[in-house]
Design a protein. Structure first.
Ligand SMILES: C[S@@+](CC[C@H](N)C(=O)[O-])C[C@H]1O[C@@H](n2cnc3c(N)ncnc32)[C@H](O)[C@@H]1O
Length: 311
């Protein structure tokens, strides 16, 4: 089968994530307008600002999952034969955040890919009145730097942490939590990445173990994913538990509850054939934020962005 390496294309399920994000940002701004805080939006795995949404036909969801995931560089690779055609251009998270009726005071967009970082900086032309800084760096380094310098008492922020893979380090979440000033919305790529890094036979690659340790900030993911079976002749064997994705999610949520005061229920995002892809979750310090996030994330794929005044 011919393969396309199509830059900046994603599946329809991304819309659910973006609609949930935008709805949250609108509600956040409505609450925060009562205060005189300087508000900062941090998009840590920001993408290119805009991408093409693709429509799929006659392909098994598992195949979509596999073709999406058998890539190392975070691009979504799809078979041409699986694609019906381009459905529409979709505004990515940075453009959605910039287009709010009530925008943030400062925008920080981070992407490891230099050309994407440039596209993000170019958004300044479309939004000349907003303060935008694109950072071409590893999100963990950049966000930890931002968190360390978030001491001014009038600063508050929202951080959207949306990696394709298990690239968000626990240390980064700890740094954001420590400020007590950030609401975070996290894409936890349980099925798309984490569960795939945990091998059935327990013979995990050292680099995968390191990645999982960094993503969870501990090695407990290993204990929850395996049981040990005693074998008289072959010795002990590690066997991956059948509900490893659930175990990984539960561990992640439990650990989030250890560093943030409030954590929402995770919201599963699936593809059209109900194949689980990832979870969205909100964490922060504020009860109102939690209530809003629970409502929005609880809508799942029924989430709709409230009508705008100006667009
Ligand atoms: C899921 S996409 C972002 C989509 C975007 N949030 C949106 O909704 O429009 C993930 C992005 O993360 C970037 N990326 C991957 N690893 C990264 C890292 N360690 N630090 C920063 N960006 C990274 C990729 O280049 C890619 O553009």
């Amino acid at each position: 089968m011919r393969q396309s390496h199509r830059e900046r294309t994603v599946g329809p399920w991304a819309k659910q994530k973006l609609d949930a994000l935008e709805s949250y940002l609108i509600a956040y701004q409505n609450v925060m307008k009562r205060w005189s805080f300087r508000l900062v939006y941090v998009d840590a795995f920001a993408g290119a600002g805009e991408f093409r949404l693709r429509e799929y036909a006659s392909v098994d969801s598992q195949d979509i999952g596999a073709s999406l995931l058998d890539v190392d560089d975070d691009e979504e690779v799809l078979d041409d034969e699986d694609l019906v055609g381009i459905e529409e251009f979709v505004k990515g998270s940075p453009v959605r955040a910039l287009s709010l009726d009530r925008p943030f005071d400062h925008y920080r967009f981070i992407d490891l890919d230099a050309s994407r970082a440039q596209l993000l900086q170019d958004l300044q032309r479309d939004f000349p009145n907003l303060e935008i800084k694109a950072i071409n760096d590893d999100a963990n380094v950049a966000v930890q730097h931002i968190a360390k310098n978030f001491g001014a008492p009038d600063l508050r922020g929202v951080a959207f942490l949306d990696p394709y893979g298990a690239h968000l380090h626990w240390e980064t979440l700890e740094a954001l939590a420590k400020t007590k000033k950030f609401d975070v919305i996290i894409n936890i790529p349980v099925h798309m990445a984490m569960n795939r890094l945990v091998r059935i036979d327990g013979k995990n690659e050292a680099r995968d173990v390191e990645q999982m340790d960094k993503a969870f900030g501990c090695h407990d993911w290993h204990d929850v994913c395996y049981t040990v079976s005693g074998d008289l002749f072959a010795g002990e064997r590690q066997i991956k538990v059948s509900d490893a994705p659930k175990q990984l999610l539960d561990l992640y949520v439990q650990r989030l509850r250890g560093i943030f005061s409030k954590v929402s229920q995770p919201s599963l995002v699936t593809n059209r054939r109900n194949c689980p892809l990832y979870y969205l979750i909100w964490a922060g310090e504020n009860g109102t934020g939690l209530k809003i996030a629970e409502h929005i994330l609880g809508l799942g794929d029924k989430v709709k962005v409230p009508r705008r005044k100006s667009v």
